[in-house]
Structure formats: C-alpha cells, structure tokens
Design a binder for this molecule. Sequence first.
Ligand code: HEM
Length: 211
Amino acid sequence: MALHQLMRAIGLFVVATVCYISVHNGTSLFTWHPCLMSVGFILLMSEAIVAFSSKSFIATNLKYNDRLNLHGLLQFSAATLIGIAFYSIYTHKNNNNYDHFASRHGNLGFTTCIMVGGTTVGGIAARYSGLFKKSIKPAYLKIIHSTFGVMTYIMAIFTFCLGLDSEWFRSQSNDQVVSVLIYLAGAVALLALIKPLISIATKLRNTFKTR
Ligand code: HEM
C-alpha cells in the first residue's frame, strides 16, 4: 500500500539521519540509546502496527494467524532493542554519576518503557485470550490491547521528539534538522496509525452494538 511505503521511506530516512548524527562524533555506551530507540520505535514498532494490513507488503500473502505471529515477532524485537537502549542510557548515567529521570524526556521515556512492557504482556494475553474467556471476553482483551498499544506508540513518538529536542542532540545537529526530523516522525506516526484508529473505532461500535 502506498501509504505504508511512504511510512517506511520516511521512517528509514529519520532513523538513518538520527543514527548518523548520534555517532558522527564517535560512539559510546550512550550513543546506543538514540540509535536503538529509533530503530525499535520508528522502524520495528511502526512495521508491527501495519503488519495487520492485508496490503502491507511483507504480510500480503499471509493468513491472519501468520500476520499475528509476524506482529508478535516485530513487537518482541522492538521491545528487546528498547530494553537494551534503556539499559545503555541508565548505565551511562550511573557510570557518570548523573541523576536519573531528571528531564521531561527522561520521565516520559521511563513511562513509555513501562508501557511497552505492559503492552507486551497484554499482547500475549490477547493472543491466548481463549484461555481467559471465563473471566473476560476475548473481544474485550483484544480491544484493550490495541487501544493500549496505540497509546504506547503515541507516547513513544512524543518521547522521541523530546529526545530530538534535547540539548545534546541539538548540539550535534542544528535547529532546522531537528524541526524537519520532528515533523517527519509525526508523519510516520500518522501513516502507521490511520488504519488501527479506524479499526478500533469500528470494533468499539460493533462490540457495544451487540451488547
Ligand atoms: C521513544 C524513544 C525514547 C525513549 C523511550 C527514551 C527514554 C529515555 C529515558 C528513560 C531516559 C532517562 C534515563 C535515566 O535518566 O536514567 C533518556 C535519556 C536521554 N535520552 Fe532518550 N529515549 C528515547 C529516544 C531518544 C532519542 C531519539 C534521543 C536523541 C536523539 C534521546 C536522547 C536522550 C538524552 C540526551 C538523554 C539524557 C538526558 C535526559 O535524561 O533527558 N532519546 N531517554
């Protein structure tokens, strides 16, 4: 689908630019942080969200169950990179005796990382929702997971933009580059979220109509 191809092209450009700017003055434990967060959220998590679309080119010929597995694999890979990226900034700060969670980016980032953990657990529960059907309707579990997942992704995009707006990143690039990257990250998020938002609204309408 053209929208997804555009999402991938813009996403690749954003991630390549952020990684280049982050490492062009040398690498350290810290530089893993922006690079892995970018790949985890902008590339893998966006791809995991669109993996459900029958028009997504990597999922075109896949049956629904295989698409679920692809979605799970991409989310799991994203969560692993995000975990390493969190470890790298946390250890970097410990090694330098810096305060933790001392900025808006740090606080929102910490919340986002916890939400990624929650979304992952919720995704496993939604995948095996049949096991819990005595206590909660599978359709509810799925709606809760997709709604929470979308909220996590939106939080991540805000956090990502605050990271680009940080003193450190501005000192490595310039104001125009930061502004362009922020607009482009917003465009990736919009392109990834159009379909899920329509689908959540439709599911909610159908679920409450059949009550
Ligand atoms: C959505 C993706 C991201 C998340 C979830 C995230 C999360 C975090 C967290 C939790 C911290 C604080 C760690 C601590 O205080 O122990 C932090 C710090 C930091 N991050 Fe990110 N980050 C993300 C993306 C980025 C990006 C893309 C950049 C730069 C381009 C960046 C630059 C920084 C910097 C410079 C710090 C240290 C200063 C501060 O604590 O604000 N981050 N990040």
